[in-house]
Design a protein around this ligand. Structure first.
Ligand SMILES: C[S@@+](CC[C@H](N)C(=O)[O-])C[C@H]1O[C@@H](n2cnc3c(N)ncnc32)[C@H](O)[C@@H]1O
Length: 290
């Protein structure tokens, strides 16, 4: 029987020789999941024996990671905004960059955060953005829309697991075509990768994120054109819209929001310095609220 330390070393070596970036980080996460332990156990009792069934589980996890399956896919879960969300092959693996959208919206809402706001998350996937926003806005309620029925089921499960089901509704649909307006916040992280670039993406992304969550058309902006044009109809007076964008798309998406008549259009950078979120506000008095 091997020990935790020896198993960690072996797993790290195997991942490193397969060319996995940050092999020690991934090996530690996979070891702890295989053993059903937390980080403290590894620190306090590194010589602890790893049972045979846990060793076999770890071997399976390491083989999958060496074949470039992301850790979150192997474990079926991802931490996002301090929440643990279930991810399946039907949904985009929520990225830390997307937390920029959450932070930007919360800042833009400012003193309104305690109000009974109505939120809309278009292309919700795992439900990550709506889960995060509702967890921070105690009186808000939210709608989530996705074209994929399987993604809707995952989002419902995550909202339920976070205790947010009573304040949310998940509907399958094509963006907001079936919805009336009156939303105080509209968020979206739509597919935004240029179609031609998809075959060149890292295997982790190309082979494990659903194509429907990635492909943004020839210039990557197809979804933004549809979504931005619908904002004046969807937003209540003073309402905030926020879209996640890919690297270098902020100028174009800001232009689409301005063309739709939104005011105070601004961007917010992620932790890597990439302008990741574009925000705009429905000018007060522009439209009657629903
Ligand atoms: C990039 S993923 C974002 C998922 C999630 N919001 C996140 O940030 O992790 C885009 C999502 O938009 C959905 N989608 C694509 N086209 C759509 C459409 N026309 N109507 C509704 N949802 C759509 C996809 O199914 C996918 O779940």
């Amino acid at each position: 029987m091997t020990t935790l330390t020896a198993a960690l070393r072996a797993a790290t070596r195997a991942l490193a020789s397969a060319g996995v970036p940050d092999p020690e980080v991934d090996a530690r996460i996979l070891l702890l999941a295989a053993a059903g332990l937390d980080r403290l156990a590894l620190i306090l009792d590194p010589g602890r024996a790893l049972p045979r069934d846990a060793t076999e589980r770890l071997d399976g996890f390491v083989a999958r990671r060496a074949a470039r399956e992301p850790v979150s896919r192997i474990l079926g879960r991802r931490d996002f905004w301090g929440l643990t969300l279930r991810v399946t092959p039907d949904v985009l693996d929520p990225r830390p960059d997307t937390e920029t959208v959450v932070a930007a919206v919360l800042d833009a809402l400012g003193p309104r955060r305690g109000e009974p706001l109505r939120l809309l998350d278009l292309g919700t996937g795992s439900g990550a953005i709506l889960c995060a926003l509702l967890s921070e806005l105690p009186r808000a309620s939210g709608w989530a829309v996705d074209r994929s029925a399987a993604a809707c089921a995952v989002a419902r499960g995550n909202l339920d697991a976070c205790g947010l089901a009573p304040r949310s509704l998940v509907v399958q649909g094509d963006w907001a075509v079936a919805l009336a307006g009156g939303f105080d916040t509209v968020v979206s992280n739509p597919p935004y990768i240029e179609s031609a670039i998809i075959p060149e993406l890292d295997r982790d992304v190309r082979e494990h994120d659903p194509l429907a969550a990635l492909d943004g058309g020839a210039d990557g902006l197809d979804c933004y054109r549809v979504l931005a044009a619908d904002l004046p109809r969807l937003l209540a007076k003073g309402g905030v819209a926020c879209f996640e964008v890919g690297r270098g798309q902020d100028g174009d998406v800001a232009g689409l929001m301005r063309a739709a008549g939104l005011a105070d259009v601004a961007t917010r950078a992620d932790l890597g310095g990439v302008e990741r979120a574009v925000l705009g506000r429905q000018a007060a008095g522009m439209r009657p609220s629903a």
